[in-house]
Design a protein around this ligand. Structure first.
Ligand SMILES: Nc1ncnc2c1ncn2[C@@H]1O[C@H](COP(=O)(O)OP(=O)(O)OP(=O)(O)O)[C@@H](O)[C@H]1O
Length: 263
């Protein structure tokens, strides 16, 4: 990780904003901080926030780079703000954005899992149960809820674009219950196309199969149960649309299989 980027962020945000680097993806550098951009420090000291920064890419022309950064930061923040208003859909709250400089300030979600299980995303959560009881009722309940969240997203004609098990964060509710939240809408879009929905479902299926292959069949069933519940809750129109999405999902899966056989 380039120290240069960290220094740049730190000097832009001033020393009043302590930063803890937690991730560097292809697109963005992600920090946590305990400082809220608007509230006085004493009001926010127990909470954590995410600062997502899209650094400049040297290989792009500076003008194009600035325009792309602005466009992507704006698009992610708009999407988050719209999704946050959909009843029942769980996404982190957008707190602030600085689109010209590529910064998003977002509510921090999740926690560390017990026994060094890592951060509470779906991937680590399933690993945690893999060695004890992979078919624990908590796993079932959580995967059904994950399916419901994806169902709600798609039913409202939005797509995620990078629906991996790391982009689903679990927030503890009570002692033994977890609420899934969808994060990272950098590639998300408003879309009513069954193709985009089928691809979302396929990407998640691949993520589950590749990391939890032994239990994947059951996990997929639970996910699709939750997903279908949302569509079926919308009457005959929901049933019709559900069939279309599932049929396209199967088509996307077939294309994926052919591609991996051909190489
Ligand atoms: N709101 C949040 N609450 C808690 N953790 C978060 C949040 N947003 C992001 N993270 C953490 O930071 C990581 C990277 O964030 P995000 O996926 O948004 O960035 P990215 O650069 O698009 O990543 P990638 O290129 O890996 O997809 C996430 O996997 C997650 O661990």
């Amino acid at each position: 990780m380039s120290q240069e980027i960290v220094s740049k962020v730190s000097s832009y945000l001033t020393p009043h904003v302590p930063l803890n680097l937690i991730a560097q993806g292809a697109e963005a550098v992600v920090f946590t901080t305990n400082v809220h951009p608007y509230l006085p420090a004493k009001d926010s000291s127990n909470k954590s926030y995410i600062i997502k920064y899209r650094p400049a890419k040297r290989y792009r022309h500076p003008l194009i780079d600035r325009s792309l950064t602005k466009h992507r930061t704006l698009s992610e923040s708009r999407l988050l703000a719209k999704l946050f208003l959909i009843p029942g859909l769980k996404v982190p709250q957008l707190i602030a954005c600085d689109v010209y400089n590529g910064y998003l300030w977002i509510e921090f979600l999740g926690e560390d899992l017990p026994n060094n299980g890592g951060f509470s995303n779906l991937k680590n959560f399933l690993w945690m149960f893999a060695s004890s009881d992979p078919y624990d009722p908590i796993v079932k309940e959580t995967l059904i809820k994950v399916g419901q969240q994806i169902g709600l997203l798609h039913w409202n004609d939005y797509c995620h674009g990078d629906l991996t098990s790391s982009n689903i964060v679990l927030v503890r509710e009570g002692f033994q219950s977890w609420q899934p939240y969808l994060i990272d809408f950098g590639l998300g879009s408003s879309s009513n196309m069954v193709e985009d929905k089928g691809v979302d479902l396929y990407v998640l299926e691949r993520a589950i199969v590749s990391t939890h292959s032994l239990f994947a069949e059951t996990y997929k069933e639970w996910l699709m149960d939750g997903f279908s519940q949302v569509y079926r809750g919308n009457g005959s129109n929901g049933e019709k649309k559900l069939k279309e999405v599932i049929s396209r999902f199967q088509e996307v899966r077939m294309r994926g299989r052919k591609r991996s056989m051909i190489g």
